[in-house]
Design a binder for this molecule. Structure first.
Ligand code: PLP
Length: 345
């Protein structure tokens, strides 16, 4: 039995066209991806709306999944339309009203040389009720981040527009390090010494009422949440600038926040500069963003984002893919569905 403490509500997963009980083991331990990180994945969320559960920007996520697969030289065994149908199927099978959805394409069992020449590509999709990445409290109060001593992998070294499993080793190490040092999350600079991104989040700042963020030239994954927030900000009448952000820009920002499918919009209220690893921790300098609490533009964007993803903002309903054909079908199918107490990651 697999404990579902960190996967509330998980009952079934989809693998190569079939639905399996959560406890099924159908991947060999000698699968290529398990050894070398030769997988690509997506992190997607579905939200409860008045018309039943809806997936936020599903086609864009599947486009990115297929793009990532191309970067990994994978031939994808399903069309985009088939993957979208599979996501809907797994949501229905788990009877969830809101969920985090994780498709993963990976080089499976075949050969274990570094080049997966005899390893087939397989697709699996799971979903469960996952809470706020950095905690609900973080969304209200903001987080304290650490400027990390290691630069982000550079875009000249590996294509960072792809969500490749192996790339996340750096995120794992950095995220663990920041938490061990007592911070909520880390922030990577890039090799140029400017702000890159969090281990699994983009960074936006606000200065003199302008919403500012960087782009892929700064060695980041241009997140779908980031792009959505930029569109929402423009719609609300804010000025938006996409340009490199220096460390000074970040430290002197009026407001700052993370965006990501998992983190949604999470305010950043304190920054500690831990770039010099050899310096004693007691000498690391701490900076307060604005007045030390989430700023008004961050709060507004977070609030509108929360409405948009739940179908409460008609202009952006185009970003939702409903799981069921009608609200009545959704209500009937989910009559007996449980409400889960979500944990964070
Ligand atoms: C490295 C990295 N940057 C940024 C993001 C945010 O992207 P998105 O908003 O598409 O979830 C993620 C999460 O997918 C990520 O892993």
């Amino acid at each position: 039995m697999f404990d579902i403490k960190y996967f509330p509500g998980a009952k079934k997963f989809w693998h190569m066209g079939k639905m399996y009980d959560w406890n099924t083991v159908n991947v060999h331990v000698m699968s290529h991806a398990l050894h070398y990180g030769s997988s690509v994945f997506e992190g997607i969320r579905a939200y409860d709306t008045e018309k039943g559960p809806a997936v936020f920007r599903l086609p864009e996520h599947i486009d990115r999944l297929v793009h990532s697969a191309e970067v990994m030289n994978m031939s994808v065994p399903y069309s985009k339309a088939e993957i979208i149908d599979a996501v809907k199927e797994v949501m229905k099978a788990n009877k969830l009203r809101s969920a985090y959805i994780r498709p993963n394409l990976f080089y499976s069992y075949g050969n274990l040389g570094l080049v997966p020449k005899a390893s087939p590509v397989e697709l699996t999709i799971g979903c469960w009720a996952w809470g706020a990445y950095l905690g609900e409290d973080a969304k209200e109060k903001g987080v304290h981040v650490l400027l990390l001593p290691w630069p982000r992998i550079h875009r000249s070294q590996i294509d960072l527009t792809a969500k490749i499993g192996g790339n996340y080793v750096q995120s794992n190490l950095a995220g663990s390090y920041a938490r061990r040092q007592g911070f909520d999350e880390g922030v990577f600079l890039n090799l140029e010494g400017r702000i890159a991104e969090g281990p699994g989040e983009n960074i936006l700042i606000v200065k003199d009422q302008v919403v500012i963020t960087n782009d892929k030239r700064e060695s980041i994954l241009e997140g779908i949440t980031r792009t959505s927030i930029l569109e929402i900000a423009k719609h609300l009448g804010y000025r938006v600038e996409v340009r490199p952000m220096t460390v000074e820009d970040f430290l002197n920002a009026d407001e700052a926040f993370f965006t990501g499918t998992a983190a949604e919009v999470t305010p950043i209220t304190r920054i500690t500069d831990g770039r010099e690893m050899d310096q004693p921790k007691s000498e690391w300098k701490q900076y307060i963003i604005g007045s030390g609490v989430p700023g008004p533009i961050t709060k507004r964007l977070a609030q509108v984002y929360a409405q948009v993803v739940r179908g409460k903002f008609p202009e952006f309903e185009k970003w939702l893919t409903y799981i069921y054909d009608s609200p009545e079908d959704a209500a009937a199918a989910l009559e007996e569905s449980d409400v889960y107490h979500v944990t964070n990651f």
